[in-house]
Design a protein around this ligand. Structure first.
Ligand code: F6P
Length: 410
């Protein structure tokens, strides 16, 4: 007898439900479980209806036709999930806002005798939410609108959902999850649920399918051995960016995360141009270590003009903090926060790309490697190779991959 379970995602739009659903689905699948996600939004976008289903008013509780269509979409997915489970499927994930008790009761009634687990996604991090709204407004659904109009429309849609939102309370098996911090805030489980321990693990563990960690191409400052600043790529740096674009042309990269500095953006732009579609999200958390009073200096100038800095940094590079600047240690929190944003915004896509800097990339890498802190500031971070990282329950891979193309002149 197969063990069957229906998972019901709950939450306002842009709270990370689909990302969580995909993470659960993909990881359970790797465990050998027959699992499928039934996503109402995707079905709505595919259906040819008489209504404009992307307009905010489609979601107004007073819009009778809108309500009818949304209920119809939900029923269609329920029927497909019933068929899937009847044909040997083990876990059906109902991915939709499911914000009303009535909707959740309708789902429960459609699967008599099967255990149901409701997972409500919250995200209390305003900044991550804002970034997610911005990402959503770039999706195909809003392409006909200006970015401002798209944001306005999506915000109004969320407000409609908020006006009818009933948080989980009476459901027999319910988990409240912080989808940004990947932690369980509350759980109330009455039944013996199949896969439950595994589900808890998946919610709280970070799985990395393919993370491409790239350092920006050569800059004028790199050529002069100067640190910090915001300098442009050199011709060689631009060639490196082109070679990266060529290299990744056959690997789908939906989002490239960068810092706010020109050198990472100029490296990411040609890569994004070769992808379809691809957006660039610049995160201040990935800005390079700020060298304070040493910004713009060469290492030689620091040794000569500020010997106390060179002397103090040498033996304790990880904990050393530049006067009026940062150190590796003081970057820990912001880099971790940047990574949380990446995993929240990436919609659990298989492929993630980050274009960062030498020190910041070392910090990112160290989040996945178990290295002593004193080794971190010396991790090799070249500009003609990138790190390919894969971490899941079955694999841990850190590979340094060269990307130089035959055509490039450097
Ligand atoms: O030289 C490039 C750079 O990214 C600088 O901006 C930064 O200060 C430095 O590398 C970090 O490397 P390290 O910690 O080894 O000095």
């Amino acid at each position: 007898m197969k063990r069957k379970l229906v998972i019901v995602m709950v939450g306002l739009p842009a709270r990370g439900k689909s990302t969580m659903a995909r993470k659960l689905g993909r990881t359970l699948e790797l465990d050998g479980v027959r699992v499928r996600i039934f996503n109402n939004g995707e079905l709505r976008r595919k259906l040819d209806t008489d209504a404009d289903t992307s307009a905010s008013d489609f979601f107004a509780p007073t819009n009778v036709r809108g309500r009818e269509l949304r209920e119809q979409i939900s029923r269609m997915n329920i029927e497909m999930a019933q068929a899937f489970l009847a044909e040997g499927g083990e876990v059906a994930i109902m991915d939709a806002s499911n914000v009303t008790r009535e909707r959740r009761q309708a789902i429960a009634a459609a699967f008599p005798g099967l255990p149901l687990c409701c997972i409500e996604c919250l995200n209390a991090d305003e900044e991550a939410l804002e970034a997610n709204l911005e990402r959503k407004t770039k999706l195909k659904e809003f392409r006909h609108l200006s970015p401002e109009k798209a944001l306005e429309s999506f915000t109004r849609r969320i407000a409609y959902y908020e006006s009818i939102y009933e948080p989980l309370d009476t459901e027999q098996n319910r988990i409240l999850v912080d989808s940004f911090d990947n932690c369980i805030l509350q759980e109330h489980i009455t039944d013996v649920l199949p896969y439950y321990d595994r589900i808890r693990d998946i919610i709280t563990t970070r799985v990395v399918r393919n993370l491409y960690l790239v350092r920006h191409g050569e800059t004028h400052y790199n050529r002069e051995d100067r640190i910090g600043g915001d300098s442009d790529l050199t011709d060689k740096g631009r060639e490196q960016a082109k070679a990266l674009a060529e290299h990744f042309a056959t690997i789908r990269i939906p989002i490239i995360f960068t810092s706010n500095y020109k050198r990472t953006l100029q490296t990411a732009e040609p890569i994004a141009e070769r992808q379809d579609p691809c957006s660039i999200i610049a995160l201040p958390e990935f800005n390079e270590i700020h060298a304070g009073i040493c910004e713009g200096m060469t290492y030689e100038e620091i040794r000569r003009n500020m010997p106390h800095v060179a002397r103090a940094r040498g033996p304790n590079k990880y904990r050393y903090v530049y006067p009026e600047g940062e150190g590796y240690k003081t970057m820990e929190d912001r880099v971790h926060r940047g990574l949380k944003k990446v995993f929240f915004l990436n919609n659990y896509d298989e492929n993630i790309m980050i274009v960062g800097h030498r020190a910041v990339n070392r910090m990112i890498l160290s989040c996945f490697l178990s290295r002593q802190e004193e080794e971190i500031p010396y991790i090799y971070m070249p500009q003609d190779r990138y790190y390919h990282i894969q971490i899941d329950p079955h694999k841990r891979l850190f590979e340094l991959v060269p990307y130089r193309s035959v055509a490039s002149g450097w």
